[in-house]
Write a protein of this length. Structure first.
Length: 323
């Protein structure tokens, strides 16, 4: 249930495993524009469930960069590392079972001809209590915990995406809680529980996550919660045509500043990529982005709000560094 205290919201939910690059910044800007232009709140969440890869200093830098662009947010930032009790409560509402399979077990079982690639083959779904006790004890001897999987009763689920349209994807006995030596909560469960908790009814995020949406929508359904509307936005690609990454040179705000670009110029480029027409400002003198015409006179994301329209957004990926 969306609690009464929550107004509908959009959100941005970075994983604090590195600095945000212009692709991430563009997605954050779109999420903010999408929320604010439709009268929603905008909330932030730090997705630090993976303790191995998360660093608080990255989160701090991410928040600073979003602030530097002029994005503002409502309420406290939610940290997933504080939410484990909520994930446990949701898990208890979902049909689930323990899974003792190693990655290799799954790969081997998945070679069977009737199993679709990438699907959990169901090895642990119907074990007897005695078999379970034996498998659990074996794992415990190795210092490992079982995973917990959803007992799915559907094989596909369909979502509506504002840009991609109807999108159907496979759902299976997805992991809700990872097992092993370092057990932890699964992204799909955490994102559903937290988006609902934060009152999020509009999810704007990168197109790379479109395929996770059917699994998440299925969890909303099973938990009896309303599914948010989805807008998966095109990714930003590097000059080689692959998803923008560190290897592509100056791609974070700090790196771009060091290369001589101002925040206003970065915003101007992002605005141009969103279809804003600024009459073609000066192309910033930064290697890798020469030839791109920036919208001039943008000093904050706030300057983009009045004219924002999803209609202008190209559904093609934006290639960074090629004019
Ligand atoms: N934390 C995820 C990421 O940084 C985003 C999850 C989401 O937006 O649902 O890729």
């Amino acid at each position: 249930m969306i609690l009464g205290v929550h107004m509908p919201a959009g959100r941005y939910a970075p994983s604090p495993s590195g600095d945000l690059h212009v692709g991430n910044l563009r997605t954050a800007l779109l999420a903010w524009l999408g929320a604010r232009s439709s009268g929603r709140k905008f909330v932030l969440r730090i997705e630090d469930i993976d303790a191995q890869r998360s660093r608080p200093q990255y989160a701090a830098q991410q928040l600073a960069d979003l602030g530097a662009l002029g994005l503002d947010w409502d309420g406290e930032v939610l940290w997933q590392s504080t939410r484990f009790a909520a994930y446990q409560a949701a898990l208890e509402k979902l049909p689930h079972y323990e899974c003792y399979c190693s990655r290799r077990d799954i790969q081997e079982a998945a070679r069977a001809p009737h199993i679709q690639p990438g699907r959990y083959p169901g090895t642990c779904r119907d074990l007897s209590p005695t078999q379970r006790a034996a498998r659990r004890a074996e794992l415990a001897d190795a210092g490992r915990l079982p995973a917990i999987r959803l007992r799915a009763t559907q094989t596909h689920w369909e979502i509506t995406d504002a840009l991609a349209g109807q999108h159907q994807g496979p759902v299976d006995d997805m992991v809700l809680r990872r097992g092993g030596k370092e057990p932890g909560w699964a992204y799909n469960l955490a994102v559903v529980v937290d988006d609902n908790y934060q009152g999020v009814d509009q999810v704007v995020r990168g197109a790379d996550l479109l395929d996770s949406a059917p699994s998440q929508a299925y969890l909303y359904y099973l938990l009896g919660l309303p599914t948010p509307s989805y807008i998966h936005v095109p990714l930003v690609l590097g000059p080689t045509g692959k998803r923008l990454a560190k290897r592509d040179g100056a791609v974070t705000l700090r790196q771009l500043h060091a290369a001589g670009m101002t925040t206003a110029q970065v915003l101007g480029l992002l605005a141009a990529s969103l279809g804003y027409d600024g009459g073609g400002g000066e192309a910033p003198a930064v290697s890798g982005v020469s030839g791109v015409s920036a919208v001039s006179g943008i000093s904050s994301a706030q300057d983009l709000l009045a004219d924002f329209s999803w209609e202008r957004l190209s559904t093609e990926p934006w290639v960074w560094g090629i004019g």
